[in-house]
Design a protein around this ligand. Sequence first.
Ligand code: SF4
Length: 272
Amino acid sequence: MLSRSHGLVKVCLRLKRFFLIRWPDSRHARNSHNLHCLTAANKSAMPNRMNASPPSPPISTKPLSPSAVQAIFANFAAANPHPKTELVYDSPFTLLVAVVLSAQSTDAAVNRATAKLFAIANTPHALLGLGVEGLKPYIQSIGLYNTKAANLITLCEQLLSQHDGQVPQTREALQSLAGVGRKTANVVLNTAFGQPTMAVDTHIFRVSNRIGLTHANNVDQTERQLLAIIPPAYLLNAHHWLILHGRYTCTARKPKCDRCPIARWCRYPDKA
Ligand code: SF4
């Protein structure tokens, strides 16, 4: 019995060394160490040193109850009854252009560019008149501007030739436009046309998993799970609440749990 205990202690010490070398500052390391020390049989669950990707923060594994989901969104609604996108726009067309430009960029950078662009071209006809080369100087501070300029000029041609210069109000028609994917279509359908869609970006993907609203591996799963779990009364604004929560409170590296209005219900194991 004594030698079995001694052997178990040695296994624990080896595992501790392994995790502290790999993740010296990580709480995940300490949690994993504790878990793996319970039994030597759990050694098979250890990450493979060669194949393991960089450790990501642990996410919730416990499902949230419907009453907890209701409480979370009631809190978001109470704190910010009319959440809005931070992109500046004054029509469905200028929103569509801003959202296309925002891929892999920040809303602030897009707003700086569109302030000058929309002052001289805020319709498909006017933007098309600039041409690709005429458009580039306005958006060259934004990532992927060459591709975005080409897409926006094609998009304007499509709007004029296929939709009488109007932004279409169906997902299929929107996603047939140059540079418009599912997320962009969801933002436009939600923000310009009031449809209860869920445009999942990096913030929503992260915070939904952390809070325990979803248990998803990708944005498509996240979208489906959120649409299924969020009470209908909150669906229209849920996308904005979750983005703003991820941008300003539940930030990627250091979530501000001490000032989080939904901390009581959050399942994130590392919440402070
Ligand atoms: S408690 Fe922390 S981890 Fe949970 S939602 Fe709030 S900020 Fe994010």
